[in-house]
Design a binder for this molecule. Structure first.
Ligand SMILES: [Ca+2]
Length: 167
């Protein structure tokens, strides 16, 4: 009776240990955002990331990062850092001035997944739906973005960020 009891305790301990180590190795999805965030920071030291979200928006199984950032001139923009062995990035588009939020949504039920950037400027609230095609960030639909983003001057200054791909 006694040895059996000891065996049961040992088996139980083994199970618990196994379970504990499995839990410890589970949350390991962070490196993608760290790598993509570092790529952005290195490429645009003059810009500040306001918010970002990681998801595969190019439908290749590799995580990408949607970045809302403040440019050197103080204007808000959105671009996507495309994940891969050599990261790339899309063109930048105007982003809402305040309270920016990014969410992923499969609008058309086929890849790649679309994403929504919403936000405000004062009492104006707006949003836009985007899709990445190649390295181009395409604005599919939006509402009130012209009122919650900064003025048209940003469209011109965004040209220097343009579509750029390394390698
Ligand atoms: Ca991807």
């Amino acid at each position: 009776m006694r040895p059996r009891f000891a065996l049961a305790i040992a088996a139980c301990g083994l199970l618990l240990t196994g379970c504990a180590s499995a839990q410890a190795s589970a949350p390991a999805a962070k490196p993608a955002s760290a790598k993509l965030g570092a790529f952005f920071a290195e490429k645009h030291p003059e810009c500040t990331i306001v918010t970002s979200a990681v998801g595969d928006v190019t439908d290749d199984g590799v995580e990408d990062m949607v970045v809302v950032f403040r440019d050197a001139d103080g204007s808000m923009r959105t671009l996507v850092v495309i994940g891969g062995d050599t990261p790339a990035e899309t063109n930048a588009v105007p982003a809402p001035a305040e309270d920016q939020r990014i969410s992923f949504r499969d609008i058309d039920k086929k890849g790649p997944v679309e994403f929504i950037v919403r936000g405000s400027k004062g009492s104006d609230i707006g949003f836009a739906i985007y899709r990445v095609e190649g390295t181009t960030l395409t604005d599919l639909f939006g509402d009130n973005m012209d009122r919650c983003c900064d003025s048209g001057a940003l469209w011109q200054t965004s040209a220097h960020l343009g579509t750029s791909r390394l390698g």
